[in-house]
Write a protein that binds this ligand. Structure first.
Ligand SMILES: NC(=O)C1=CN([C@@H]2O[C@H](COP(=O)(O)OP(=O)(O)OC[C@H]3O[C@@H](n4cnc5c(N)ncnc54)[C@H](O)[C@@H]3O)[C@@H](O)[C@H]2O)C=CC1
Ligand SMILES: O=C(CO)COP(=O)(O)O
Length: 321
């Protein structure tokens, strides 16, 4: 049995992929909105994934009391709502294996998702599922490769087997810190890349931001105890590449709207916006040089425009690569 909490684009796409493949496993998808979940259960559709049919066997529910009592639980709500989700449902979630699927740093604390989980539910087993994947691609059954990180190799390999599908290929890792940081920090760099393209600064500027942004990600990951090779893998470099180069990415599109001076729908989940400020604060506390993250924070908070932000980056002292 696989349970997924959060019936947005990603939680639903994972549920579709995991249920579609096999009658042998059953997927239970929870969302907080009772009407929306009843509608999904009846119509076998969701507005979050247009054109996708929910497979037979996938249960859509809004009552946490019906949470299956065995199997991993995937957490697929936005990062800034994770603590409230865990706190509200602590009775049902403690002592379970919880696979974090959100990407970000908590704004109020500067903590990664598994650190939030450890604070709220110290008896749960944390794992992370992250890497380059758009929900729409997963739901359509297109090939995708992700990282599944857990504290022990045995746990990571068990989850890898339980959650992989033919088109959703999971690689196991024991580096939760590195996997989480890759997924969180790449969204900030994607906003920078979107802003550069939106402002008409060109593909070369984007490549520079992507590469120097990757250097910032590696710097923070090293300072926080991640393994360097994790950042070079799917959850770091892989996801950075996808998010900084695709119009499908909400973080990239958000950045592009800033670059064009246009408004962006505030209802759309843009994890990099809060994570920019959270990362900037952690970098400042630790004395880490993260200039792209700093200017993205200024752009998100409307304290900077793109021309000024680029000027700040270009006027930094020349240095070794
Ligand atoms: N959409 C994508 O392609 C991918 C998304 N992710 C990550 O998955 C996470 C969720 O993103 P999406 O599903 O795309 O967002 P979404 O905006 O499509 O859905 C978010 C869902 O969370 C629910 N939600 C919000 N606050 C909640 C709360 N307090 N309690 C319970 N439910 C709550 C909303 O009702 C909504 O159903 C994000 O961290 C994102 O970075 C990761 C990989 C791919
Ligand atoms: O994390 C993602 C791709 O791996 C989804 O990116 P966005 O949240 O920017 O759409």
């Amino acid at each position: 049995m696989i349970s997924i909490l959060g019936a947005g684009a990603f939680g639903t796409a994972l549920a579709v992929s995991m249920q579609r493949e096999s009658d042998a496993r059953t997927v239970w998808l929870w969302g907080r909105n009772a009407d929306a979940m009843a509608q999904m259960q009846a119509s076998r559709e969701t507005p979050r994934l247009p054109g996708v049919t929910l497979p037979d066997g996938l249960t859509c529910a809004s009552e946490m009391s019906a949470l299956p009592d065995h199997g991993p639980i995937l957490l697929a709500t936005p990062m800034q709502t994770l603590r409230a989700l865990l706190t509200t449902h602590a009775d049902q979630l403690s002592h379970r294996t919880l696979v974090i699927c959100c990407k970000g740093i908590e704004l109020s604390s500067g903590l990664r998702a598994s650190q939030v989980l450890a604070e709220v539910l110290p008896d749960a087993t944390p794992a992370t599922l992250t890497g380059p994947s758009f929900a729409a691609d997963i739901a359509r059954g297109l090939p995708t490769a992700l990282t599944l990180a857990c504290g022990t190799a045995a746990c990571a390999e068990t989850l890898q087997t339980q959650l992989s599908t033919h088109n959703l290929r999971l690689y196991s890792s024991t580096d939760i810190i590195g996997a989480e940081l890759g997924g969180a920090l790449k969204n900030v760099i994607a906003i920078a890349c979107g802003a550069a393209i939106g402002a008409g600064l060109g593909e070369s500027a984007r490549a520079a931001l992507l590469t120097r942004g990757y250097a910032e990600m590696q710097r923070m990951a090293a300072a926080l105890g991640a393994e360097p090779e994790t950042l070079a893998g799917l959850s770091g470099f892989g996801d950075l590449t996808l998010t900084c180069t695709s119009e499908q990415s909400r973080n990239y599109r958000f950045g592009a709207s800033i670059g064009r001076g246009e408004a962006f729908d505030p209802a759309v989940t843009v994890e990099g916006a809060a994570t920019a400020r959270a990362t900037h604060d952690v970098a400042t506390q630790r004395g880490l040089d993260m200039p792209i993250t700093a200017v993205v924070t200024g752009l998100v908070e409307a304290r900077l425009d793109v021309a000024t932000a680029m000027d700040m980056l270009l006027s930094r002292p020349l240095k070794k690569e």
